[in-house]
Design a protein around this ligand. Structure first.
Ligand SMILES: Cc1cc2nc3c(=O)[nH]c(=O)nc-3n(C[C@H](O)[C@H](O)[C@H](O)COP(=O)(O)OP(=O)(O)OC[C@H]3O[C@@H](n4cnc5c(N)ncnc54)[C@H](O)[C@@H]3O)c2cc1C
Length: 374
């Protein structure tokens, strides 16, 4: 099934790899340019929900992911180490995993589908007529150009998409540590646990088991808290506030880590001519609802379907129609995530209402089953 069409993609993150697999499985020739010298995922762990799990299923990659991920029984919220809520989302599929494992599943999926991935290849600009220019000076043309090059997207900025960027007062240090379950005392340590302290100091630890051995912890502190936002983490500050987590904080303090501020980018449009943006390049969001990668993957999937069908026969019109159809759910998720970052109201527990789970529940493959060979 050779469609005779070609896509050039900037960025081999979750968005770029997901788009590449979809297009390649539908007969496109696809090249991804990754600026790093090696293929890897930055960050520590991640949670995926029904939306992106359905995408992996449509691609024939769900079983592979299941083998390297787990389903935490509950999402528990604690204030000052007292449980305020336990949510199981009524059976909605969700899974936790390391970013490394998710990235490997997607990379293998892309290779199997015949995607060409070139590392050490930075895209410095793109042109709406359908081309990318690389740092080497080479210019390459395509029927479809995808900017999946993250929050600092050069594809986006070289074209000059209108955008509004908001930075939040909080940020997070993400680390992967040994689970050390037997040293943590009594508790349901397979749960995701959202530990909040608001008084006398705002500090939060999101505890996310990824598999039998690895634990992802995200340590949140306001940007203006010098000690709370320091890397490596200030062991004294964190163990004073979360003494029950000392067995995982001690190894965490030995990792250098990186503190990232939250930000929200809202673009007027996601496409211009034959160039489309997906993932953080198009809609970076605060991590409250754990949906940045989820929305990246659903938009990458639906973009591949729309571009292949290309109902109007003119890619630029198709991209506008695709955005019209798909954008609302991402915009609402982005706004809700910004609200939670602003109010810190996830600390109250029971925040995953049906409305807040709208994006997580969404199945982008519904109605498109059978599009793919697998
Ligand atoms: C604290 C925190 C927790 C989060 N937790 C979750 C979660 O649990 N679930 C979830 O769904 N989301 C989560 N997210 C969001 C998620 O991490 C991002 O939305 C997602 O990684 C975005 O993927 P991406 O592919 O768009 O961008 P990126 O992951 O940034 O990938 C971009 C890729 O492009 C490459 N690149 C950059 N510039 C160029 C260039 N010019 N040329 C070529 N290559 C280039 C980069 O090296 C990189 O490989 C979280 C985010 C944060 C900050």
């Amino acid at each position: 099934m050779d469609s005779g069409r070609h896509a050039e993609i900037a960025g081999a993150g979750f968005a770029g790899l997901t788009a590449a697999i979809g297009l390649a499985q539908q007969g496109w020739s696809v090249t991804i340019h990754e600026k790093s010298p090696e293929l890897r995922a930055l960050g520590a762990g991640i949670v995926l929900w029904n939306n992106s799990l359905q995408v992996l299923k449509a691609y024939g990659l769900l079983e592979e992911l299941e083998a390297v991920s787990m389903v935490p029984p509950w999402y528990e919220t604690r204030m000052n180490n007292v449980v305020v809520s336990k949510e199981d989302f009524g059976g909605l599929p969700w899974r936790s995993m390391t970013r490394h494992d998710l990235h490997e599943v997607l990379t293998r999926g892309a290779m199997t589908a015949g995607v060409e991935i070139i590392v050490d290849s930075e895209v410095v600009s793109a042109d709406p007529s359908g081309s990318v220019t690389l740092a080497s000076g080479e210019k390459r043309s395509a029927d479809l150009v995808i900017g999946a090059d993250g929050v600092q997207s050069k594809v986006r900025d070289s074209i000059g998409f209108d955008q509004e960027r908001t930075k939040s007062r909080d940020g997070i240090t993400r680390l992967l540590v040994p689970r050390n379950k037997d040293q943590l005392g009594p508790g349901e340590w397979d749960n995701v646990i959202d530990f909040w302290n608001l008084e006398p100091r705002v500090l939060r630890i999101l505890y996310v088991p990824c598999n039998d051995d690895e634990l992802y912890i995200a340590l949140m502190a306001p940007k203006d808290d010098k000690e709370g936002s320091a890397v490596p983490i200030d062991l004294k500050v964190w163990t004073e506030n979360f003494p029950h987590l000392a067995p995982i904080l001690e190894p965490a303090a030995k990792i250098h880590g990186r503190y990232d501020g939250y930000q929200t980018n809202v673009l007027k449009n996601w496409s211009n001519g034959r160039v489309s943006l997906i993932g953080d390049a198009a809609h970076a969001m605060c991590p409250a609802l754990a949906q940045g990668a989820g929305t990246a993957m659903i938009n990458a999937f639906t973009l591949g379907v729309a571009a292949t069908i290309d109902a109007s026969g003119d890619m630029s019109t198709t991209l506008v129609e695709w955005e019209k159809a798909e954008r609302g759910i991402t915009d609402r998720c982005q706004a809700r995530s910004a609200y939670f970052a602003e109010t810190r109201s996830m600390a109250q527990g029971n925040q995953f209402t049906q409305e807040m789970l709208e994006t997580a529940i969404y199945d982008p493959t519904a109605g498109q089953k059978g599009t793919f060979a697998k």
